[in-house]
Write a protein that binds this ligand. Structure first.
Ligand code: 5GP
Ligand code: ZN
Length: 110
């Protein structure tokens, strides 16, 4: 928990937010400025600042499973989705998160 971190505040409930997914290690919630009808942020509860600081493959595996469920729930399986992690200074929020966005359509239609 980093007291200055907006995502830590959402995870702790200090800033109320409905979660699309939650388990002991991971939460997912909608992005405040969605770029697509589905724009979810999949976030480890532990405050990890950047992808390069993620040393725990167990967390990565749990994020993978959470994202798989959200792809299915949001009917993106064959509608085109993107999973994006910004880092190395390209990120606005210094608490690791995966963006799941879609539908993007098929590559041939883009
Ligand atoms: P980044 O550029 O760090 O990969 O993306 C950060 C994302 O967090 C942005 O897409 C931004 O819209 C989103 N965001 C920033 N502050 C908040 C917030 O308070 N609540 C929610 N739900 N999303 C936020
Ligand atoms: Zn944080």
């Amino acid at each position: 928990m980093d007291k200055n971190c907006i995502f830590c505040k959402i995870i702790s409930g200090e800033i109320p937010k409905e979660f699309a997914f939650e388990n002991a290690d991971i939460v997912a919630f909608s992005d405040i400025r969605p770029i697509k009808p589905v724009h979810l942020l999949i976030v480890p509860k532990i405050h990890i600042t950047d992808f390069t600081k993620l040393e725990n493959d167990l967390i990565l595996g749990k994020i993978r499973i959470a994202i798989l469920g959200l792809i299915e729930q949001n009917k993106l399986t064959d509608k085109g989705y993107r999973i994006v992690v910004n880092g190395g200074g390209a990120q606005a929020v210094d608490h690791l998160h995966f963006h799941l966005t879609g539908p993007w359509g098929k590559a041939a239609e883009l």
